[in-house]
Design a protein around this ligand. Sequence first.
Ligand SMILES: *Cc1c(COP(=O)(O)O)cnc(C)c1O
Length: 489
Amino acid sequence: MAGPAYDRLIFELSSPGRTAYSLPEADVPGKALASLLPPRYLRAEPPALPEVSEFDVVRHYSRLSRMNYGVDTHFYPLGSCTMKYNPRINEDMARLAGFAHLHPLTPERGSQGALRLMDELAQALGEIAGMDAVSLQPAAGAQGELAGVLMIRAYHRARGERRTKVLVPDSAHGTNPASTAIAGYEVVQLKSDANGEVDLGDLERNLDGSVAAFMVTVPNTLGLFETRIIEITELCHAQGVQVYMDGANLNAILGVTRPGDLGFDVCHFNLHKTFTTPHGGGGPGAGPVGVRAHLEPFLPAPVVVKRAERYALDWKRPKSIGKLQAFWGNFGMLVRAYAYIRTMGADGLRSVAENAVLNANYVMKRLEAHYDLAAPGPCMHECVVSARRQKKLGVTATDIAKRLLDLGFYAPSTYFPLIVEEALMIEPTETESKETLDAFCDAMIQIAREAETDPAPIHDAPVTTPVGRLDQTKAAREPDLRWTPSQTR
Ligand SMILES: *Cc1c(COP(=O)(O)O)cnc(C)c1O
């Protein structure tokens, strides 16, 4: 196969007796360690660990790190994921010893700084989203959704109402119906209209006293702002229906408009998208959830409170949906997001949205002659194109995604949203330069031309990556991820 060879596994580099250290013999008198441990904890055979030198270890992992594809090395236009640059100052702040070494069970008098940071972050997020109270506990957007839906359920129950359904548009992220179903609701899917927005007629037909909530992403997953959103939230409220905003796309509207002002009752944030904490393999996420005042009693416990200049964790919350997450949430992520918000300031946050929207529209304009658009523009912070024209020539969205890897770019999200045939969802983010966007658009245009004239390199792609085209079904059904000692011995 062309391209760089597989790196050998570290087990395959092993040579009997080789070690990564040399220490003098211990001069502490006493029993051998083995005789201090109960025999049932002792191995009969030594573990099959690789025997390598320190230099072998350093080179092996340095080589592996260069096979990694990340936002630090390449443009990463993965739609709906906001793969933007994480300023390193945020990493430095999270590593300050006072934060990084603080045990989560440190008594309140010894953790005032951390509690203050959590209180101020919750307030900043509340201000950004127009929400009255924010819980920092959820570890991901999906868990924020679950928390939000559970609070809505608790709210209706407290009012003596048994509502059984949640309405979700067909353009929704898969987590929306999933968290709704986990909370025990029946999910009712609503249609999108020809422009990709919520079909108001379908919404009205389904709105009645059996509906607990309407859950919608703004801007939606087609990268469009729901122009009739205020009408939508009012229609819902008239039926006692709570309105949930999936805030994963908040990057598009930061400092420009606020979910609370649009009439939303609940909204989650993805700190690992909008607020530049690491994403995917970079670390855990954080998905705080904000609510309007009527839902505040139901927030997950505990909540950070400030009483007489002291910060404390308040557990006495009889209506709370309970605790959701180990300790108080993924604290390191909270420090990063706090540092980001404080260093950006209000004007900086607004410019994030403005530049993210500008960049996405630039990409859309450059591509519109070469690919079909999922919806007429302008778009918000991401644009969705369809490869349906290319598919007629035998080139699918997957093929285009693979070819992009050979041309030096990470692929956009493919086949999402589900309502767009051969979807390619491109989110450039505000942190990329015009030069990078142009290089990406040039690659996309080159692929569109190849589809018409010479599709062979598209079908062979990728040839420059460590692994070529996989049998995707087999990779998903029979993942072979485990090395067993017998493989080399
Ligand atoms: C990413 C995303 C989610 C889920 O967030 P996680 O942090 O991955 O759980 C939900 N909705 C939309 C629109 C998203 O893009």
